[in-house]
Design a protein around this ligand. Structure first.
Ligand SMILES: Nc1nc2c(c(=O)[nH]1)N[C@H]1C(S)=C(S)[C@@H](COP(=O)(O)OP(=O)(O)OC[C@H]3O[C@@H](n4cnc5c(=O)[nH]c(N)nc54)[C@H](O)[C@@H]3O)O[C@H]1N2
Ligand SMILES: Nc1nc2c(c(=O)[nH]1)N[C@H]1C(S)=C(S)[C@@H](COP(=O)(O)OP(=O)(O)OC[C@H]3O[C@@H](n4cnc5c(=O)[nH]c(N)nc54)[C@H](O)[C@@H]3O)O[C@H]1N2
Ligand code: SF4
Ligand SMILES: [Mo]
Length: 747
């Protein structure tokens, strides 16, 4: 296998016919409760409705898909009984129908081939594609062991393929939602409270009196019920404190916006602890009853005065004191939000520990207006033989990080690239529902890993960047065309939701459950797939849960009574935390034993050199990562990103509104495309900001190709969290180029 073999295949753009069908998606998004009700009634009378849950992001709101007699999906509306959405979808969820109707979709299996010396794909039948994958997997399993076949996944297809992989004997499984997203917060909170935060976050925002957001920009981060509850909390007079170097939407709704100098949050957190303890306004009763290590914490934070923090964070001492007092007044109905995408500067588990400790001092965990005690329902596994025991897997691959508690995508990349001491040779990847080229930092490494593979399969719905590197591409049908797992996520009240196909799969696309089963059978693992249709699996599981498919088709969502007791701690009862001491651990003996700081400390991070700005990025409210940029409905709302530039910087560089610029980072890497300037006070003078997900370079994405810049282009440097292996992405610096650096390259 030569390296050039897996060159990214750029197939020339298809016609732009699809553009003509772009709908004015704005019309579809009702923001008015009365209108919503009228629309719902009209729709309900006219169309067939099918229960589903949304796959446009991972909040998985339960919804109804309405389709007409011709099988066209007319509208998707939130399920009123669902605690993830309360009957209202976000604009992306409403626009989800575009995932189905996008005519750029993958239409048939594709196999890499060479015609006249040019690499390209040829269309193939499912039989041929699946036979080829099965024979490659068999060969690799025989030579190296099933462990050498890795599954990189995100979203619903993942669970079906995970079953296939475990049946095969591979636990070499990872997803970007860990080492590029939530990992450090689960570690930080896990070490402190003995419990992960999990998703949805058990934040009792609707009843809080004070919500502190630290780089968590709810409102642009559109996770549905968080946005709804935050809006309710504001109506109820809660104080919102937003710590963000950028004036985010959340900041605009906040009484206090703390425009912190990037990368200095731990200093602020330590100083807030200092004020609470120094002024004796922490929650004494709670700290006494539930925590351990208070005396060490007190001694530790004594020197972290607001005056000390001011020099680091640029936040004035009186603002630090005042905001600490507001939290204390509200406590325990105060939330220091754990955030979600928290892989920033490499000391992220420690920053999350600091957030957890601050919550501990306020007594918010287990109290109304703080964090509720979530409860979920276990969906019984469909009967099948036990999985074989792999010799190694994600755990071993990530073993140098003692608190790596899920598969780490970047470590899978490293193990794939290998090296002389590589104990974990990875020879094949199956990639499903993740666009690794836009998702993982250090793209060169991702491509190097792909080039060393013997074989790569990609299961996707769209011709994304990652599909261009595959040997075989399998077109999955969209969430509106398939059955998937029963959704069961912990919440205030346990509930389940089902996904039933609203329409038949378009083109020659197939669901992941079917792909897994077909491959399983070809690999001699038929006994793990003892059903003809996934409907049978769900039907059986629903029976075990005391309901039926028939009932769930009518309900969509079913709630179950809580069994674990009260939603909050009870005065007269004690609570044991799942930590070694059974208490909330302000001082972590576990960390100390492994040579890490037992209480977080502030360490300075590199600052942008002269002429460079820190590259800051975040969520576009109308999009989910790279997956929706080509969606006809959502592309209609926002088709490219802009570069937020402070007026001072614009003046110095002579930049004008809407001027096209290119970016070059500290490693001389230049953005593939250009981006238009947005001059705004909303970003600090030391940073620039852009939405993540844009700047697609697969020409088959006819609406998204070449529109805006991909932040991932420029994230060539990472700082790895030594505790859990998360890749800090926010230490990259860019300079702004006004001349096209690609002129001679003909891109
Ligand atoms: N530079 C940078 N990198 C980041 C982030 C960032 O902000 N900036 N954010 C990080 C975070 S928080 C996360 S969680 C990750 C997210 O990382 P990803 O999940 O990789 O993000 P997406 O770009 O949405 O890629 C999803 C892929 O799944 C495909 N897809 C969508 N629906 C389906 C389906 O039903 N079936 C199948 N088979 N495929 C489907 C899409 O076409 C797309 O190729 O990225 C992380 N990486
Ligand atoms: N619309 C939409 N919503 C989404 C998603 C989506 O793709 N689209 N993805 C979902 C997923 S998987 C995730 S993980 C979440 C992520 O949502 P969040 O956890 O909110 O994370 P980011 O989008 O990375 O938010 C970045 C914010 O952090 C700020 N920031 C940057 N540097 C610093 C710093 O040093 N200190 C502080 N205090 N702030 C800083 C940025 O200015 C920006 O406002 O969003 C979820 N919701
Ligand atoms: S928050 Fe929006 S995109 Fe995410 S699942 Fe809910 S409706 Fe879909
Ligand atoms: Mo994420």
């Amino acid at each position: 296998m030569t390296t050039s073999r897996r060159k990214f295949i750029k197939i020339s753009a298809l016609g732009i016919g699809g553009l003509a069908t772009v709908s004015t998606a704005y019309k579809m998004f009702g923001g008015n409760a009365y209108l919503d009700a009228v629309v719902k009634e009209n729709i309900a009378n006219k169309f067939k409705r099918s229960a589903t849950y949304c796959e446009v992001c991972f909040w998985k709101c339960a919804a109804w898909a309405y389709s007409d007699d011709e099988g066209n999906i007319q509208k998707i509306i939130g399920n009123d009984d669902d605690s993830h959405c309360n009957g209202r979808l976000c604009p992306r969820g409403t626009g989800g129908v575009g995932m189905y109707s996008d005519d750029d979709r993958l239409k048939t299996p594709l196999i890499r081939t060479t015609i006249d010396g040019e690499e390209t794909y040829r269309e193939a039948s499912w039989e041929e594609a699946l036979d080829l994958i099965a024979s490659k997997f068999k060969g690799i399993k025989e030579t190296y062991g099933a462990e050498s076949i890795a599954l990189l996944k995100h979203g619903s297809p993942g669970s079906h393929l995970e079953h296939l992989f475990k049946a095969m004997g591979s636990d070499t499984i990872a997803e970007p939602a860990y080492a590029q997203c939530r990992g450090p917060r689960e570690t930080g909170f896990g070490l402190t409270f003995g419990s992960w935060v999990g998703s949805p976050e058990p934040t009792d925002i609707r009843d809080t009196k004070c919500l502190v957001l630290i780089g968590s920009h709810i409102g642009e981060n559109m996770h549905n019920t968080q946005v709804q509850e935050m809006s309710d909390a504001i109506d109820n007079g809660a104080t919102i404190i937003t710590v963000d170097p950028r004036f985010s939407t959340a900041a605009s709704k906040s009484e206090h916006w703390l425009a912190i100098k990037p990368a200095t949050d731990i200093a602020l957190l330590l100083s807030w602890m200092h004020v609470l303890i120094e002024e004796g306004i922490y929650n004494k009763k709670y700290v006494e009853k539930y925590t351990s290590g208070f005396e060490q914490l007190k001694a530790h934070v004594q020197k972290y005065t607001p005056e000390w923090a001011y020099g680091i964070t640029t936040i004035k001492p009186d603002v630090i004191r005042k905001t600490a007092r507001i939290m204390a007044d509200a406590a325990p109905a105060a939330i220091i939000h754990p955030g979600r995408h928290v892989t920033w500067y490499g000391d992220d588990s420690q920053r999350e520990r600091a957030i957890a400790i601050l919550n501990g001092l306020l007594g918010s965990w287990g109290n109304r207006g703080g964090f509720y005690l979530k409860e979920g329902l276990k969906v019984p596994d469909f009967p099948c033989p036990e999985y074989p025991e792999p010799k190694w897997g994600w755990h071993e691959i990530g073993e140098k990080y003692p608190y790596a508690e899920m598969g780490n995508t970047s470590e899978v990349v490293n193990a794939t690239i290998g090296g002389s001491d590589n104990k974990y040779p990875i020879k094949a990847w199956m990639v499903a529902g993740t666009n690794l080229i836009q998702t993982l930092p250090q793209r060169d490494k991702t491509i190097e890993a792909i080039n060393t593979l013997d074989f790569m399969v990609v299961v996707d719905t769209m011709p994304m960047e990652i599909t261009g590197y595959a040997d075989v591409v399998l077109p999955e049908c969209t969430y509106l065309e398939r059955y998937d797992e029963i959704r069961s996520a912990p919440n205030r009240i346990p509930s389940i939701a089902v996904r039933i196909p609203a329409v038949k799969p378009k083109y020659d696309s197939k669901p992941a459950w079917w792909i897994s089963k077909e491959l399983g059978e070809r690999l001699g693992l038929g006994e793990y797939f003892n059903y003809n249709d996934f409907e049978e699996v769900i039907e059986w599981q629903l029976q075990q849960l005391g309901t039926s498919l028939e009932e769930m088709k009518k309900l969509g969502v079913k709630q179950y009574p809580r069994k674990s007791g009260s939603l909050f701690f009870e005065e007269d009862k004690n609570h044991t935390f799942f930590t070694p001491s059974g208490k909330i651990e302000f001082y972590s003996h576990q960390l100390a034993a492994k040579g890490f700081d037992p209480i977080p400390v502030y360490t300075p991070h590199p600052e942008p050199p002269q002429g460079f700005y820190r590259l800051n990025y975040g969520r576009s409210p109308m999009h989910t990562f790279s997956r929706t940029i080509n969606n006809p409905n959502l592309n209609d709302l926002k088709s490219e990103n802009t570069l937020w530039v402070n007026p001072k910087v614009a003046r110095i560089l002579g930049l004008k509104k809407n001027q096209e610029v290119w970016l070059k980072n500290q490693d001389d890497v230049v953005s593939t495309f250009s981006i238009k300037v947005r001059v705004t006070e909303r970003v600090r003078w030391d940073s620039v900001y852009m939405y993540h997900g844009f700047g697609h370079n697969n020409k088959k994405l006819t609406r998204a190709f070449g529109k805006g810049v991909s932040d991932t282009d420029l994230i060539t440097k990472v700082v790895v969290d030594p505790i859990m292996g998360g890749t800090g992405l926010r230490g990259n610096f860019v300079s702004i180029l006004t001349e096209n650096p690609h002129k001679t390259l003909a891109i």
